[in-house]
Design a binder for this molecule. Structure first.
Ligand code: GCU
Length: 428
């Protein structure tokens, strides 16, 4: 099972899929006249067992999606299912994001310009997020507007004097805070290639711990059942709200990029916010690009659903806990999130020896995501890149993502290929 491709399984198990479709038809009430939007959702025990990757092109009433227009409509139901069982519901865009520049200086001997901008938004403008903006000043002839990478960060950026925290309840302070100078070094490759980078400390949106609902943006939206992956993704979208007002930003080239748990959030941001033209989760593993069905110790994968909901209950909503030891009842898998990005561009960048992310689980998501990109006529908008090495956002990951962005967003000829799978003996 481990080395079988998803497409093979779709073919060989066509009969079973039809069977499941018939079963789902009985179990999945369709009430919306406009689309196949489930307005009620079966309890976990009433969901059909699907050992194979659930077909994203099959509606709840057993119809196969065959046109881009049908897929566009079906996306609504796909999102609703993922929200209901895993991520919860994000508040709508607040519509009132404003930015106030707090610090502005040149870095890297004048090669980079830096701005710290204090965003305010939300009910009564009470929420805030401090974002750091790094702009290329010397770009080998590339001029603004620049493609902009939005990357949530594990570290805060500290300036002097320190900024006061303004969210209703402060999120946890970063264990490590970098100066703008140190932070800029991580972005040298992107900046030299003419990409701007915007970053923020992820826990300013919501604490990465059990009491998350009392922190960050959560208290301002008590009626929403979202959790951390969604709140971090929502923070990325608020950056885009602000960037849309800035002349340095190319509004057709916003890129979502994040590593590890922030790769998981990046996948969510890209799936739910169509303003991201390119989505690049790296090392995101389980609850990221790795298929739940091919993760978990019992499945030869790495960390799986059982471990995620037990060790990090703040990332997803309690409904997902009910799928512990019953992952085959999940009505979706993570390739559905990758498919929500289509027809926009997507690339997953992972290390072959990443102990936090199974190669096979990502390969299976990638293979199972393909039919939607094919249906939309953009098979080359779906990319994957593996490098030797461990759980880190490596320079080689950056290089692959930037090459892919050059190809997809700038129309440049690049040398690399983005459809290369490692030899099967490495699909561990
Ligand atoms: C842990 C966790 C992973 C996560 C990673 C990270 O290893 O198990 O799911 O991706 O932390 O965010 O660094």
């Amino acid at each position: 099972m481990k080395h079988q491709t998803s497409s093979t399984r779709f073919l060989s198990l066509g009969g079973l899929i039809v069977q499941l479709a018939i079963t789902s038809r009985l179990l999945w009430p369709i009430q919306s006249p406009a689309a196949d939007n489930p307005t009620t959702f079966p309890a976990v025990n009433d969901l059909p067992i699907q050992t194979n990757m659930p077909n994203p092109l099959l509606t709840a009433d057993g119809k196969t999606i065959t046109t881009p227009a049908e897929w566009q409509q079906h996306r609504v139901a796909v999102k609703q299912i993922i929200e209901h069982y895993a991520l919860g519901h994000m508040p709508p865009p607040p519509g009132n994001v404003k930015g106030h520049e707090v610090v502005s200086r040149m870095l890297a001997d004048g090669k980079t310009s830096y701005r710290l901008v204090h965003l305010t938004f939300g009910p009564e403008e009470k929420l805030s997020l401090d974002i750091s903006i790094f702009l290329p000043a010397e770009t080998n002839g590339i001029k603004a507007p620049f493609p902009v990478i939005v990357q949530p960060s594990f570290s805060a950026i500290s300036v002097n004097p320190p900024l006061p925290l303004t969210n209703a309840a402060p999120a946890k302070q970063s264990a490590s805070a970098n100066t703008p100078e140190v932070a800029a070094r991580q972005y040298t490759q992107a900046l030299e290639r003419g990409y701007a980078v915007v970053t923020f400390y992820y826990q300013d949106c919501g604490r990465d711990g059990g009491d998350y609902r009392t922190t960050g943006f959560f208290p301002a939206y008590p009626d929403y059942d979202w959790a951390d992956l969604a709140v971090w993704a929502w923070g990325m979208s608020r950056c885009v709200d602000y960037l849309e007002t800035q002349s340095f930003a190319d509004k057709s080239k916003f890129i979502a990029l994040g590593h590890s748990r922030l790769g998981k959030a990046t996948l969510v941001a890209g799936a739910f916010d169509e303003r991201f033209a390119l989505v690049a989760p790296a090392g995101s593993g389980c609850a990221g690009t790795g298929a739940y069905r091919f993760n978990g110790k019992a499945r030869n994968g790495r960390e799986g659903l059982n471990e995620i909901v037990k060790n990090f209950p703040q990332w997803t909503i309690p409904s997902l806990v009910e799928f512990s030891n019953r992952v085959e009842r999940l009505p979706f898998d993570q390739h559905w999130l990758i498919d929500l990005v289509a027809p926009r561009s997507f690339i997953a960048a992972d290390g072959l020896d990443d102990t936090a992310a199974s190669v096979n689980a990502l390969v299976q998501s990638y293979l199972a995501a393909k039919p939607v990109y094919a249906l939309l006529g953009v098979p080359d908008h779906l990319g994957i890149h593996f490098r030797p090495g461990r759980h880190t956002l490596a320079p080689e990951d950056w290089a692959a993502i930037l090459d892919f962005a050059d190809q997809q967003l700038r129309g440049l000829d690049v040398k690399g290929r983005f459809d290369q799978l490692p030899p099967q003996e490495l699909w561990h």
